[in-house]
Write a protein that binds this ligand. Structure first.
Ligand SMILES: [Zn+2]
Length: 357
């Protein structure tokens, strides 16, 4: 059998090994138009299809790099939480699922908090990682949003949250549901300190996330075509027994029905955020140091307002500042809408700082 081992087997091996040399993911098929995209071009185009403009998912660190000035930011540590408090098990143990997700993403949980600037304005961003158990919100994610909000108040920075989530994390039961009021209290703290709170909705924003902090921003921006809703289309259709309209639960549908303010292409996000922050930041206010006492503090999901003893003039001053903040939000929304109606003024100027890392 010499000819078999000496001639045939090496020949077969060389054929197989030659095929192995070809990188597996050289081409990607666009899920919307089914066009073939060269992986390198797709990465350069920020994971947006060059044929039809479909926005595919983007890694959370790439996301932060494209939002912050010059792609520079500092990652903030999120306090550790007890994992698997319920010792939950479905087909797999929750502890094993966590272990797998951590190995896959290299992250502790489905959120990352970064601090930096956008258009020169101080900003704290809490971004969801969809690759980590579908970006589901458990205790650790709640802790991330609270950390981001507290840090924004402490630094006098704007808070931007970027959800990409299927909703609450079922494996944590009621504890994950408790993150809904908890995150709301956290972002209310930012608002009480009269700092801008912006939500950048990405695909998908659903369930307990869209039912809590994601829908109470001063300004809502969304990426084109992204899915925004509470329950899925099929569930709604089966419940109300009616056919839902075309494009239901997309970013554009939500904008046309007043749920969000602006739909912006991924390449325009930095520019758009910089413009909005410029409109929202009170120039005088940023020079004052914002102290957490001027807002509220969140501990264990409870809100604690200043004791409010006497000082009616302070209350009055605070009310006036609140009115001014609301006026700025209104003005920003009007500016955004008029820019949307006038494409010439909405066209972004070329960015000076590229996303170098
Ligand atoms: Zn496409």
């Amino acid at each position: 059998m010499n000819w078999l081992t000496n001639f045939i087997r090496p020949k077969i091996r060389s054929l197989v090994e030659h095929q192995k040399d070809v990188p597996e993911n050289l081409w990607t098929k666009c899920p919307a138009c089914e066009g073939m995209l060269f992986q390198r071009d797709l990465t350069e185009n920020l994971n947006v299809c060059s044929h039809c403009g479909h926005h595919m998912k983007i890694g959370v660190t790439d996301r932060l790099a494209l939002l912050f000035d010059g792609g520079r930011y500092e990652t903030l540590s999120v306090p550790k939480v007890p994992h698997d408090p319920l010792k939950f098990k479905d087909r797999k143990k929750y502890a094993d699922r966590l272990k797998e997700a951590r190995a896959k993403t290299g992250r502790e949980d489905a959120i990352i908090v970064g601090k930096g600037t956008i258009g020169g304005a101080p900003v704290v961003i809490a971004a969801f990682d969809f690759a980590f158990m579908g970006g589901s919100m458990g205790t650790a994610v709640g802790e991330g949003v609270v950390t981001a909000a507290e840090s924004a108040v402490k630094e006098g920075a704007a808070l931007i949250v970027v959800p990409a989530s299927g909703g609450a994390r079922m494996q944590e039961g009621a504890l994950s549901l408790m993150q809904m009021p908890r995150t709301i209290v956290a972002v209310e703290m930012v608002k009480a300190a009269r700092l801008p709170y912006i939500v950048l909705l990405t695909d998908p924003t659903t369930g307990g996330v869209s039912a809590s902090f994601a829908m109470i921003g001063d300004i809502h921006i969304a990426e084109p075509g992204c899915m925004i809703g509470f329950a899925g289309k099929r569930v709604i259709q089966e419940t109300i027994r009616e056919e839902l309209p075309e494009g239901f639960q997309t970013a554009e549908y939500c904008r046309d029905h007043g749920m969000i303010d602006i739909v912006a292409h991924r390449k325009q996000l930095h520019e758009t955020l910089a413009r909005i922050l410029g409109l929202l930041f009170d120039k005088k206010k940023t020079t004052e140091k914002v102290t957490p006492a001027s807002g509220a503090s969140v501990q264990n999901g409870r809100s604690k307002n200043g004791n409010g003893k006497g000082a009616s003039s302070a209350t009055k001053a605070r009310a006036q500042k609140n009115v001014r903040m609301k006026a700025r939000v209104r003005k920003a929304k009007m500016t955004i809408k008029s820019a949307a109606n006038d494409p010439a003024s909405a066209a972004p100027k070329p960015r000076k700082s590229s996303t170098k890392r």
